[in-house]
Design a protein around this ligand. Structure first.
Ligand SMILES: [Zn+2]
Length: 130
């Protein structure tokens, strides 16, 4: 992980989510100071690497594990010359389909998370890519 200069609003938003569930894997998020897989992190909806901005309208707070997984997936998609469409693929691929925990997330929570995410996106005036 590398450090970025975030403004106070983003830091406050991140720290306010400690003790809440990661919106992707539903782990209880812990302090960023602990720097573990469950630590709350600032995740950009449109990645900085793709020109996204560090502002409240372009972030979600998720656990470090999910944040890291997305970076790995994005790199792999880029290497294989595939487009990365975003959250749906990200959430699906972040989960390991074979273990029980991931299966539970996929079957029980995934559809409601998807609705939640796209509602959030549409509230921000971004049109759905498919
Ligand atoms: Zn997570």
């Amino acid at each position: 992980m590398y450090k970025r200069n975030y403004n106070n609003n983003l830091i406050l938003m991140r720290d306010s989510k400690v003790g809440e569930l990661c919106p992707i894997c539903w782990v209880i998020m812990t302090s960023s100071k602990e720097n573990t897989f469950s630590s709350a992190t600032i995740e950009h909806i449109v990645r900085l690497a793709d020109g996204g901005k560090s502002c409240l309208t372009n972030i979600v707070i998720c656990c470090k594990g999910c944040n890291s997984a997305r970076g790995t997936i994005a790199q792999r998609l880029k290497r294989d010359n595939q487009l990365c469409f975003g959250y749906r693929e990200w959430a699906a691929l972040s989960l390991n389909g074979s273990d029980e925990f991931s299966q539970n997330v996929i079957t029980r929570y995934y559809s409601s998370l998807d609705i939640m995410f796209w509602t959030l996106v549409s509230q921000r005036g971004i049109s759905r890519p498919y």
